[in-house]
Ligand binder design. Structure first.
Ligand code: SAM
Length: 266
């Protein structure tokens, strides 16, 4: 088995913290992530941030067709040097949040132990590329994962929860502690699995997501205070039959129904 981590450590001895570089060293969890992502010889995989190849090598050993996107030129060069003999491997040197849709063709199982400083922009980018996505299996800082899968009335419920659950069905796979990385992390991490949902295509999604964001803009405030600049607040009472509604009480379906009601009321 190719151990790129040891080769990397010998060549470079440190990682770039500013790029969120904490490399997964526990083989058990690597296999678990790839099982959750359904990586097999028949899959086409897109890996975000391959680092020094912890998941990459295993994906290639399983025989999947892999495109990896890495922002750090040193790591791109490193992986090209050691993995060039795999015919099923392609690596693109780019910031994932800036990639052009035309680079992708067909549908991918997307995987990544995401760089935590940019995990939300990466999720936003994935919604732009959603037509090219079969599934996504991502590792997040645990607090962010908790917000993503949170439900109404929980403290962690936020516009990020509604945003993610609007686009995807999401399942928690496992938590993992910081000792499973080099260098170790102080925070706990969580792996989540995402499947794109069927959506209502006649909806202006940008407008809908703006409504969601504004509804949560001041979390403790009621909808009538957060939305007064964009809607006639009397419509809140008309739809919910009360006017003391807060965003944190509303499910994704509640938001969709409220948005459709507002559109028809205009
Ligand atoms: N997948 C490897 C692992 O599990 O060991 C590395 C994970 S490390 C947490 C995140 C990786 O994402 C790093 O290699 C980092 O250089 C890369 N990265 C950071 N920002 C990125 C971006 N905007 N686009 C693509 N890759 C990025």
């Amino acid at each position: 088995m190719l151990n790129l981590l040891n080769i990397y450590k010998n060549e470079f001895s440190k990682t770039k913290k500013s790029l969120g570089q904490h490399f997964l060293i526990n083989q058990h969890y690597i296999e678990k992530i790839l099982d959750a992502a359904y990586v097999s010889k028949d899959s086409r995989v897109l890996e975000i941030g391959p680092g020094c190849g912890a998941l990459t090598v295993k994906i290639l050993e399983r025989g999947a067709d892999l495109t990896a996107i890495e922002i750090d030129a040193v790591l791109v060069d490193f992986l090209k040097r050691y993995l060039h003999f795999y015919p099923n491997f392609k690596i693109i040197h780019s910031d994932f949040t800036k990639i052009d849709k035309s680079l992708l063709d067909g549908r991918y199982n997307v995987v990544g132990n995401l760089p935590y400083y940019v995990s939300v922009p990466i999720l936003e980018k994935c919604t732009e590329l959603i037509e090219n996505i079969n599934t996504m299996t991502f590792m997040f800082q645990k607090e962010v994962a908790d917000r993503i899968i949170s439900t109404p009335s929980k403290k962690s419920y936020s516009s990020l929860s509604v945003f993610c659950q609007y686009f995807f069905d999401i399942k928690k796979i496992f938590n993992i502690s910081g000792g499973n990385f080099w260098p170790t992390t102080k925070v706990e991490s969580t792996v989540l699995h995402f499947i794109p949902k069927k959506r209502q295509f006649d909806m202006d999604e940008k407008d809908f997501l703006n409504l969601v964001k504004l509804s949560f803009s001041s979390k403790r405030k009621m909808l009538k205070n957060n939305l007064h600049s964009i809607i006639d607040t009397g419509l809140i009472n008309e739809f919910f039959k009360r006017d003391n509604v807060r965003a944190e009480e509303l499910s994704v379906e509640d938001f969709i129904n409220f948005y459709n009601f507002l559109k028809n009321a205009k």
